[in-house]
Design a protein around this ligand. Structure first.
Ligand SMILES: [Zn+2]
Length: 93
């Protein structure tokens, strides 16, 4: 078994580097628009510390990082995903 080093990405809120597996990924997909944890295209990452993902400015920061504006549909999805993680951080995403 070859062990690959973890892919590190920077949290847009605290600016610390984390293993990509331990981050929420928000992607501006070429076809599907803004999507959560999937997709190809420009992506922004948020770490799983409550301080970052529940930051009141996090959606603003994400929109700035992705150079886009979120549709209300995506804001709904985002808030549900974050809330479900917040309720049960051990289930993983
Ligand atoms: Zn962070």
């Amino acid at each position: 078994m070859i062990k690959h080093p973890p892919v590190m990405r920077i949290c847009i809120s605290c600016k610390k580097a984390y293993d990509r597996k331990n981050l929420f990924k928000i992607t501006k997909d070429h076809k599907q628009g803004i999507i959560f944890q999937k997709g190809m295209g420009r992506s922004a990452y948020i770490c799983k510390s409550k301080k970052c993902y529940s930051d009141s400015k996090i959606k603003k920061k994400l929109q700035k990082a992705l150079k886009t504006f979120f549709e209300p549909e995506f804001v709904d999805i985002f808030e549900k995903e974050i809330a479900s993680y917040n309720d049960n951080p051990n289930k993983g995403i």
